[in-house]
Design a protein around this ligand. Sequence first.
Ligand SMILES: CC(C)(COP(=O)(O)OP(=O)(O)OC[C@H]1O[C@@H](n2cnc3c(N)ncnc32)[C@H](O)[C@@H]1OP(=O)(O)O)[C@@H](O)C(=O)NCCC(=O)NCCS
Length: 334
Amino acid sequence: MSQLVGARLIGVGAAVPAAVVTNADLEKLVDTSDEWITTRTGIKERRVVSEDETASGLAIDAAREAIAHAGIDSGIIDLIIVATSTPDNLYPSTACMVQAAVGAARAAAFDLEAACTGVIYALAVGQQFIGSGTFKTVLIVGVDIHSRFLNWEDRNTCILFGDGAGAFVMQATDGDNEILATYLRADGSGGHLLLIPNTGAAYPHAGTTPPKAMHRFLHMNGRAIYEFAVNAVPEAVKAACARAGIRVDDLDFLVPHQANQRIIKAVAERLGMRPEQIVSNLDQYGNTSAASIPLALRDALRRRQIVPPATCALVGFGGGLTWGSAIVRWTAGT
Ligand SMILES: CC(C)(COP(=O)(O)OP(=O)(O)OC[C@H]1O[C@@H](n2cnc3c(N)ncnc32)[C@H](O)[C@@H]1OP(=O)(O)O)[C@@H](O)C(=O)NCCC(=O)NCCS
């Protein structure tokens, strides 16, 4: 087999809505408390879109920031992949909307749906296109606005999620491959544990019989997802490290999907990683689904928790069920 072309990340960006919803705000909506939410999840506040904000708008802002960080002209982008479960419409894809807005005139564009693991799946797909020599520059965006599908009277779910977008620019490199390995998994038999039903074409007569709002809310079995996550995340990191030919001890940082601080802590302990190696901004944004990993990485670079060069395990899990990890050597400037 011919030698694959190496790929590296050269830019990261993120965008969140301006409106902040604090735990104190949620105390006015449901029977909960700042103390319960903080101790059970680590979340203090989250961002929520206003009526006129959209997933595509956040995706475009995050993409522009990543392109500026990479220092490239958007005209050289060959492919745009947007990972989202909450697109503006069934089509055109959010990726096509980003393509037009950022002026990536020659780029192919498509959406990919793997819930909160979406950005890891997109990184793996982008790496394949670069590795095969098909494309040189790939823009990846993860965006979700789950607030549009939350039951704001259900304390089990409405406290957890926030809206946001994150983006990476990935490019072929003459030097060493810096996406060292990826590992993707799915288990469709667990799809019922986390879902947003009646939002697709399975719902009959969509034009004449709108579903009751209640039927379109996010549903979750929190305990089952918790158990799944604390097992799936260490498995994915270990498997991706094995593929990369490194040990977990060789990792400098873990950039996990931001769902629950207790999950992050349990995973770090299982992997034998120290608190200062764990990237988290969950307290400010909650679970932003497909956006959370680039959003967390961008903030860790900004506050100089991560200073390149650094070997990072990016790891996601979520609906589908899906999970996966990418081992990335981050050398791009901050
Ligand atoms: C949802 C989650 C925070 C619940 O935490 P938990 O410690 O498992 O809590 P439990 O479900 O056992 O509930 C304990 C009690 O708190 C109550 N409770 C649930 N949400 C509450 C809230 N927001 N405020 C106050 N009490 C709450 C429950 O009703 C339950 O009461 P009961 O004992 O009287 O029945 C936790 O299971 C979790 O984070 N799961 C993973 C979810 C996730 O990551 N989803 C996204 C994946 S991408």
